[in-house]
Design a protein around this ligand. Structure first.
Ligand code: F6R
Length: 612
């Protein structure tokens, strides 16, 4: 969702901010804008992509040592030039970029309207900048004090950067429940929604804490405060210089590149975690808390969207190996009830971005209730990672395509390694089985490469079905979440309506949907219940449904039941979801391309969902 990038120092800020905004594009957005300070303020805003903003600014004056940039994902008010950020106060004195939602904006707006203020946009963010301006002019305050007092009245969430054009030697940054980080270099600051656009300039950063704000000056000095204006000592964090590769490497989209990267990303995910010589899984953060894992009563896995699907697969694997009951919850549901957390319960939030607002709020609730929290996250140093007792990283590098692919397979893989590790600690797995699965994990990247060879066939299948309005995905056991994930991928990037179901549930209602127009993907890699699954497919075939089956190489499956059969290499049954997901990712990619959709930035979606 919204991305913030800012620069204050001695250099020209505009090129830094534009490049930063491009690195934040993955978060998802529908308009972009920049404000540049050079004696006076220049403001440029455009609906559409950063590239379009750049073209628009092309012939304009862009020099200035303070620049604020923003990519907006619309919440209040449609995506257009006027609603794009930065927003100005009515007199044009104060400029602001904002990520988050001002929940009491309507109250503040009617208050300001009663004082004679008028508004150009439909956004809650413009209300905030006007409210700061009202404090400033009514009580003759400097920007620091006006922002502090305004934030004291605000309900909701925010990460903001604010600039006073009459005192153009500094900016105010503030944060509550939305990410904001600033990097310190000699005489300059880089401000952003995450560290990715900063790490090539400086490795020393401050992740602003909730309910705090900072004043950054163009001579390199700064001060951090709480909302009582008590000075606080911020924690300096050293980040790694980014090794992330933002190029397409010849692919037509990041999604396709990321699908094809999965052999390497799984290798990275397992690096230093699989010790083949000793036949052991090494996860030091679990080892350091062996007692907690050994005496765990219950594990609660939390996530949203694709990460929730990974959690469902995780439940299956953990319960089958560790003899610990596992609950899986949507983070957005967990946080709005009274989840029962008892001593010795472990809460595991799963998140690619590490910034998903609902997952973060659920994690905070689990922390408050005294749970031991262990997050599985991709983005290093993200808010979820920093708020957990321990964290294991996916290590797959930046995922740019909005549809999660390589992060999903790494989440499932990490959950498998985690389950093996816990099972070993608890003694709930036989050594021979433990070693067998470790060997299968080691072979998995090679099998991913082999699975990718199905691309040609999957494209043919997509050519056959991309004009259909609906699709069904069926699986049983640990392939039920694979079916859910296949359906989610298809709907989010191709806009074909799709549903995932446990195959045996069809006869309890959904089978009424089956006719000759309904393609039905059946994930049939479960050896243990294959006969039952075949019976479920018979029922669909008898009603003229068109079946596309995903099965293991050499696995028997009646030829007359399926219009197409996609074969995936044989592996341990617990690892098969990783391989089975790949043809489904490819199918949604091809279907979306054939329908002319933007696979990397599907409509209405954001990569990092930082509003609730
Ligand atoms: C779908 C997708 C989303 C995310 C969800 C959670 O392809 O990417 O459903 O999985 O928004 O995001 P994270 O994992 O960043 O918490």
């Amino acid at each position: 969702m919204c991305g913030i990038m800012g620069y204050i120092g001695k250099k020209d800020g505009y090129p830094i901010v534009i490049e930063g905004l491009k690195k934040l594009e993955y978060r998802g957005y529908d308009s972009a804008g920049v404000a540049i300070m050079n004696g006076s303020l220049s403001l440029y805003k455009k609906q559409g992509k950063v590239r379009e903003l750049e073209n628009y600014i092309h012939t304009q004056k862009t020099n200035g040592n303070i620049a604020l940039g923003h990519t907006r994902w619309a919440t209040h008010g449609e995506p257009n030039d006027t609603n794009a950020h930065p927003h100005l106060s009515e007199t044009g004195r104060i400029a602001l970029v904002h990520n988050g939602i001002i929940e009491n904006y309507a109250t503040l707006k009617s208050f300001l309207t009663s004082k004679g203020y008028t508004f150009k946009s439909d956004t809650d963010s413009e209300v905030l900048v006007q409210y700061i301006a009202w404090y400033q002019s009514t009580y003759s305050l400097d920007l620091n004090e006006a922002v502090r007092r305004a934030l004291g009245d605000v309900e909701g969430t925010y990460a903001i950067v604010v600039l006073d054009t009459l005192k153009p030697n500094g900016v105010i940054v503030a944060k509550k429940d939305n990410p904001l980080v600033f990097g310190l270099n000699e005489g300059e600051f880089y401000i952003a929604s995450d560290a990715s656009p900063i790490s090539n300039f400086t490795q020393e950063v401050i992740y602003l804490k909730d309910g705090t704000y900072a004043e950054l000056f163009d001579n390199g000095t700064y001060e951090v405060y709480d909302l009582e204006k008590k000075s606080i000592d911020p924690e300096l964090t050293t980040i790694q210089s980014s090794k992330d590769n933002y190029s397409l490497d010849g692919y037509d989209s990041y999604m396709l590149k990321e699908i094809h990267e999965q052999a390497q990303t799984l290798e990275a995910n397992m690096e230093q975690r699989i010790d083949l010589e000793e036949g052991e899984i090494r996860i030091p953060e679990i080892d350091e808390h062996k007692r907690i894992f050994n005496s765990a009563n219950k594990i609660i896995l939390l996530g949203c969207g694709t990460s929730w699907h990974a959690a469902l697969i995780g439940k299956y694997i953990i319960e089958s190996l560790c003899d610990i009951p596992v609950e899986v919850d949507y983070a957005s549901e967990f946080r709005y009830r009274n989840p029962i957390i008892r001593e010795n319960d472990i809460v595991i939030p799963i998140s690619q971005s590490g910034e998903t607002a609902d997952t973060l709020a659920a994690l905070k609730l689990a922390n408050e209730k005294g749970a031991f929290t262990y997050s599985l996250v991709n983005t290093v140093g993200s808010t979820i990672a920093r708020n957990s007792d321990i964290v294991s990283y996916l290590k797959v590098g930046v995922e740019i395509g909005v549809a999660s692919t390589k992060a999903f397979t790494a989440q499932v893989n990490l959950l498998t390694m985690m389950a093996l590790k816990i099972a070993r600690i608890k003694g709930t797995i036989e050594l021979s089985k433990y070693k067998e699965i470790i060997n299968c994990l080691d072979a998995l990247p090679g099998l991913v490469e082999k699975t990718l060879e199905c691309n040609k066939l999957v494209k043919i299948i997509a050519e056959n079905y991309y004009k259909r309005d609906h699709a069904l995905f069926l699986g049983r056991g640990l392939n039920f979440p694979v079916a859910l994930e296949g359906a989610l991928k298809l709907k989010e990037i191709s806009y074909i309506h799709a549903e995932g179901y446990p195959a045996a549930e069809m006869k309890h209602g959904p089978i009424a949907l089956i006719d000759e127009q309904m393609p039905v993907f059946v994930i049939a890699t479960n050896r243990s219940i294959i006969q039952k699954l075949i019976s479920n497919v018979q029922e669909i075939k008898s009603r003229k449904g068109e079946v596309i089956v995903l099965k293991e190489e050499g696995q028997e499956f009646p030829n007359d039941l399926a219009s197409y059969a996609i074969e995936i290499p044989k592996t341990h049954e617990l690892l098969s979801p990783v391989l089975a997901s790949i043809p489904l990712q490819l199918f949604s990619y091809h279907a979306a391309k054939l329908r002319g959709c933007n696979v990397d930035q599907p409509r209405n979606l954001a990569k990092s969902v930082t509003v609730e």
